[in-house]
Design a protein around this ligand. Structure first.
Ligand SMILES: C[S@@+](CC[C@H](N)C(=O)[O-])C[C@H]1O[C@@H](n2cnc3c(N)ncnc32)[C@H](O)[C@@H]1O
Length: 339
C-alpha cells in the first residue's frame, strides 16, 4: 500500500519535464508518507537541536526532515541518482549498484523512492547518519516500508572520518550536507574523506559544486524570479572553489595540510568599473550539477540562493581588487578582503 503510493510519487519526481502542480502535490505526499512512517515530531525541541562538530554543523532531525520540502532540490537529486543508477545498469545489466549515502536524515529522502523502481539485486545502500534521532528514524522508515533487503548497513557515525570497509566497492557516493555557498555544514570534509578512500571509478552526487564570485543587481534578480524578466541580472567574475572528483584528487594533499589555516587557496579578481555600475552587489553563486545534464539553477532551491558578500556602493573608497577563498573549520565560510 505505502509502496504503491511511493512508486507513484517516484514516477512524478523522475519525470524529465516538470508539471509544477503535479510535482508539488507529489512532494507534499512524500513528506506526509515519511512523517507517518517515521513518526518524527517536527515540533519537539529535541528534534530541533543541531549538532556542532569541529568541521561544521549537522542539522537536527526536524530541519533534516524539512529538506524534502525544497521541491526542485528533492526532485533533481532523486532524478540524478535515478539516472546515475540507470547509466550503470545500462552498461552492466547484471550489476548491483552500491550507493554510499552520507547524511541520510530521518528518511533517506534521496534514495527511498528508488526502491520502487529498482530491485534489491540492482540497488544496495550503506547509510551514514550522525544524529541519534535521525539514525533511529531512518531505521524505522526502512522497516515500515519493508526495504531492509536494499540496506547493507546503517551506521551511526561522523562521515568526515568514516572508514569504508576494506574490500567493499562503492559505485555512487551521495551526500547533501550543505547550504548555499557551502556555508556552515560539512559537505566538503565529508566528500574529501570518502573520496580519498576510493581510487577506482566512482560517481559523485552532486557531481560538481562550484562557488563563483559575481556582481549582481538584486532588483533585476527579483524581477527575473517574480516576473520572468530576461534583463541581465549578474556577471560572473570567476570561480574560486570546486568540489568534484578531479579537484578532490588534485587538492587532497593541500586538504591534509589545512589543519592550521583551514583556508583553501586564495583567488584574486579585478573588479571592473562596469561591474560597479551595473551589478554593484557582490555575491557568491553556488553552481550545483547533480548528475550529467541535471543542474539546480540559481535560486531554484535554497542550496543555490546567491549569498551576499558586500555592496560596492557602500564602500568609501574605490576597491579595484578582491581576494577570496573557501574556509573549513567549525564554521565553514567564505573569507574575502578588498585591496
Ligand atoms: C541537510 S540534511 C539532508 C537530509 C537528507 N539527506 C535529504 O537530502 O533530505 C543533512 C543530514 O546529514 C547529517 N549529517 C551532517 N553532517 C554529518 C556527518 N559529519 N556525518 C554524518 N551525518 C551527517 C545531518 O545530521 C542531517 O541528517
Amino acid at each position: 500500500m505505502h509502496k504503491e503510493t511511493l512508486q507513484k510519487i517516484a514516477k512524478v519526481l523522475i519525470e524529465s519535464t516538470t508539471d509544477y502542480a503535479q510535482l508539488s502535490t507529489a512532494i507534499i505526499q512524500l513528506r506526509e508518507l515519511y512523517l507517518k512512517l517515521s513518526e518524527v515530531d517536527l515540533h519537539n525541541d529535541k528534534n530541533r537541536k543541531d549538532i556542532y562538530l569541529s568541521s561544521g554543523k549537522a542539522l537536527g532531525t526536524s530541519w533534516a526532515a524539512r529538506c524534502v520540502d525544497d521541491v526542485m532540490r528533492t526532485k533533481k537529486f532523486i532524478s540524478g541518482v535515478y539516472q546515475a543508477v540507470q547509466t550503470l545498469l545500462d552498461k552492466h545489466p547484471e550489476k548491483t549498484v552500491h550507493i554510499l549515502y552520507a547524511g541520510t536524515g530521518p528518511f533517506a529522502t534521496l534514495v527511498t523512492p528508488l526502491t520502487t523502481l529498482f530491485s534489491s539485486d540492482q540497488l544496495q545502500f550503506t547509510f551514514l547518519e550522525l544524529n541519534t534521532v535521525s539514525y533511529q528514524k531512518v531505521q524505522e522508515v526502512v522497516q515500515q516500508l519493508g526495504i531492509a533487503s536494499y540496506v547493507r548497513r546503517i551506521v551511526q557515525c561522523d562521515a568526515t572520518t568514516y572508514q569504508i570497509p576494506v574490500d567493499e566497492r562503492v559505485d555512487i557516493v551521495l551526500s547533501e550536507t550543505m547550504q548555499n555557498a557551502l556555508k556552515n555544514e560539512q559537505q566538503v570534509p565529508i566528500i574529501y574523506n570518502l573520496l580519498q578512500q576510493i581510487d577506482y571509478e566512482v560517481i559523485l552526487i552532486p557531481e560538481l559544486i562550484e562557488l563563483q564570485l559575481a556582481g549582481m543587481n538584486a532588483a533585476r534578480n527579483r524581477d527575473r524570479i517574480l516576473h520572468g524578466s530576461e534583463e541581465p541580472y549578474h556577471e560572473v567574475l570567476g570561480s574560486f572553489f570546486k568540489l568534484d572528483i578531479p579537484s578532490v584528487r588534485t587538492f587532497y594533499d593541500q586538504y591534509q595540510e589545512l589543519s592550521d589555516t583551514h583556508v583553501f587557496s586564495n583567488h584574486h579578481f579585478k573588479i571592473p568599473e562596469s561591474l560597479r555600475k551595473n551589478f554593484p552587489e557582490l555575491y557568491v553563486f553556488t553552481r550545483l550539477c547533480v548528475y550529467q545534464n541535471i543542474e539546480i539553477l540559481p535560486s531554484e532551491s535554497g542550496l543555490t540562493l546567491p549569498y551576499k558578500l558586500a555592496d560596492l556602493n557602500d564602500q568609501q573608497k574605490e576597491i579595484p581588487n578582491i581576494s577570496i577563498a573557501y574556509k573549513l573549520g567549525k564554521d565553514p565560510d567564505i573569507q574575502f578582503s578588498f585591496s
